[in-house]
Design a protein around this ligand. Structure first.
Ligand SMILES: Cc1ncc(COP(=O)(O)O)c(C=O)c1O
Length: 382
């Protein structure tokens, strides 16, 4: 058995929201946390704090090794060498999303997002008084792809594009041609590109993550938001990075937002993130092999169950179209499965209108729990 696996009883005994939100008879498969232990190197870094009860303030310079570890990891894993001095530490990627919206757009501006999309994209655009312009991904019969012509039309009225790559919820990893097309359109219309690449470390064989800042036409207008939290399962430690493709972008960000508005990540989160990027690659590779088995299992199961589903190229999230199932009317599939299968999935509509009739299933769990989830869902098909 893999050393990182946890059983349902162990998971229920912990305090995380995923296993605490619903009553114990419900299996959670919604929020994007993995039901796995962290890498030993990450755990050791955390224990350095707990063993010595070392919870005091740090220094401003604490982020320097964080930015260097980020740059080294990106270079090794993704062939991109971000400049450590153009980095900014945030507590979360969503915080970075709000901050970049405030720094690089004005109230009332139109912001492009490719729906269906991770719900905070929609909520932060609305919450900051900006206007959402949807450029829905298109189902081409084998996967979801960027609607380049639609993007050209949308770009004519927008000031920014929020990109999620790899894409949550569809699991698409945008290819070079798509990224080049987005970069060209952004350059033609002077759009700022905000690239949420938090799932970049969770790419399966067959796909390659290409950081937006490595696309020449995009680099100087791109802010990359990322963290070690998805790949290394440390989302509760609240540490992320915003990287600016040019000094001018960083300058504007620093000047537009009042000092101390954002706060800084904790020393504990910073240390765990450095350990993840420096010492945990073997763990990540093992986890990816395990997730790949789960991904194939979900894909085969979905095909037999007449669910609309394309295997994700990255992420441990399965986006499933339930509209061909004969489910009773009056409830969404998510509500139906919560009530009748006692499985908590993510609600498709939270990802925007194209999510109607869809659910998102998190398969980052043991094969045993996954079988329980799939068996329960199958039992509630109609
Ligand atoms: C695309 C995407 N961005 C951001 C986040 C959340 O990041 P954070 O917790 O750092 O705000 C998630 C979490 O699932 C996500 O899927």
């Amino acid at each position: 058995m893999e050393r990182f696996l946890l059983g349902a009883d162990q998971l229920r005994a912990r305090g995380g929201g995923k296993w605490k939100k619903h009553p114990p008879e419900v299996i959670p498969a919604f929020v994007a946390d993995m039901d796995f232990k962290v890498a030993p190197g990450v755990q050791d870094a955390l224990m350095m704090f707990t063993d010595t009860q070392d919870y005091g303030y740090g220094q401003v310079t604490d982020t320097i090794p964080l930015f260097e570890a980020f740059s080294t990891w990106m270079a090794r894993r993704h062939h991109w060498q971000p400049d450590p001095t153009l980095s900014h530490a945030n507590t979360s990627v969503v915080q970075g999303l709000v901050a970049t919206l405030l720094a690089f757009s004005e109230p009332g501006d139109s912001i492009i997002a490719q729906t269906p999309i991770y719900p905070p994209f929609l909520l932060t655009i609305e919450g900051t008084g900006r206007r959402l312009v949807e450029n829905p991904l298109v189902d081409n019969g084998t996967r979801f792809v960027v609607d380049v012509e639609g993007l050209k039309r949308a770009a004519a009225q927008a000031s920014m594009i929020l990109l999620c790559n790899p894409h949550n919820p569809t699991g698409r990893v945008l290819d070079r041609a798509e990224l080049e097309a987005i970069a060209t359109i952004a350059a033609n219309h002077n759009l700022t590109i905000v690239a949420d690449e938090i799932h970049a470390d969770l790419v399966y064989p067959g796909a390659t993550h290409i950081p937006m800042e490595t696309i020449a036409a995009a680099a100087e207008r791109t802010v990359t938001l990322t963290s070690a939290t998805k790949g290394f399962n440390i989302a509760g430690l609240r540490t992320s990075i915003a990287h600016f493709g040019s000094p001018a972008l960083k300058d504007r960000f620093d000047k537009r937002l009042p000092l101390h508005l954002l706060g800084v990540p904790s020393r504990i989160g910073v240390a765990a993130t450095i350990a993840a990027w420096s010492e945990a690659e073997a763990w990540l590779n093992d986890v990816m092999r395990y997730l790949d088995h789960n991904r194939q299992r979900v894909t085969n199961w979905a095909a037999h169950a007449s669910l609309g589903h394309y295997p994700p190229e990255a992420t441990y999230l399965a986006w499933m179209d339930c509209r061909r199932l004969d489910l009773p009317e009056g409830a969404t599939p998510q509500q139906h499965f919560l009530e009748h299968a006692k499985v908590a999935l993510s609600e498709g509509l939270d990802f925007g209108e194209p999510g109607q009739g869809h659910v998102r299933l998190n398969f980052a769990t043991s094969a045993e729990i996954l079988e329980d989830i799939l068996g329960r869902l199958g039992g509630a098909f109609g």
